[in-house]
Design a protein around this ligand. Structure first.
Ligand SMILES: [Zn+2]
Length: 257
């Protein structure tokens, strides 16, 4: 949890107005909103998924958002990465997104990193979080994030989108992890990325909205509807399926904890 000394726990009048439609909700009270304010969330990847989930969390009132992405903005990103405009081309994604989040909500704290998440910085970045949202575009980072979150017991909600299809799942507490579901030996050499395979503008934004929605349920209400479940969304049939999956008794990541 956040260092309580350097911020007010309670919502001030401006914040009460800003979040009034949420606080009005049945089942979402001031206490849930204050939990959001105290939450620390790391967003891995500021592409099609990270742009949207970060913006939704900022608007909803998550108190501290940390962004990490080493990429700069290219023209082909603008079709789906909603935080960026043409004049941002060539600038770091994490810095432009951080600036936008500050404009959207001045009551929250934003930190951004222009490096890649790797073995050297992963533990330090993840250990201070309440939740990690993974929206990266490669398996190496995805496996590393899963491994660190599992080891450090930090909740993870991972989203991916390719073509017309998306996936979403949560790793939390004693649940099965990403490697239980997709063993590394079978997937390590795959490089299914939007850059190679194409993606419709809406697909990552649908998945990011579901990811951010689940993040709010978890942070505000301690709900985990996708724990140990894989959500599959098909953007052509518009069908959504939930598959339960089990812990792999031989998993080298979560069984080693
Ligand atoms: Zn596992």
């Amino acid at each position: 949890m956040t260092n309580l000394l350097d911020m007010d726990l309670e919502l001030n009048d401006d914040e009460m107005h800003l979040y009034s439609r949420q606080i009005l909700l049945d089942g979402w009270d001031i206490e849930a909103q204050e939990k959001l304010k105290l939450a620390n969330v790391l967003i891995v990847g500021c592409g099609g998924i990270g742009c949207t989930s970060a913006e939704l969390l900022a608007r909803a009132g998550v108190g501290k958002i940390t962004l990490i992405d080493a990429d700069t903005i290219e023209i082909s990103n603008l079709q789906r990465q909603i935080a960026y405009v043409e004049e941002n081309i060539g600038f770091y994604k994490s810095e432009i997104l951080a600036k936008r989040l500050k404009q959207i909500n001045p009551h929250i704290r934003i930190e951004s990193y222009t490096s890649k998440l790797d073995q050297n910085n992963a533990e330090q970045l993840i250990s201070t979080q309440d939740l990690v949202l993974d929206g990266c575009d490669n398996f190496t980072t995805r496996y590393l994030v899963n491994q660190m979150c599992t080891q450090l017991n930090v909740a993870l909600i991972s989203a991916s989108a390719i073509g017309f299809q998306g996936q979403l799942f949560m790793v939390e507490g004693d649940s099965a992890c990403y490697e239980c579901l997709f063993p590394k030996e079978e997937h390590a050499n795959e490089s299914l990325r939007c850059a190679d395979s194409g993606v419709l503008a809406t697909t990552p934004n649908v998945m990011a909205s579901l990811q951010a929605h689940h993040a709010l349920l978890y942070l505000g209400l301690a709900q985990t509807p996708l724990k140990q479940k894989l959500l599959l969304w098909d953007g052509l049939s518009m069908k959504q399926r939930l598959l339960a999956f089990e812990k792999d008794p031989d998993c080298s990541v979560c069984q080693a904890r």
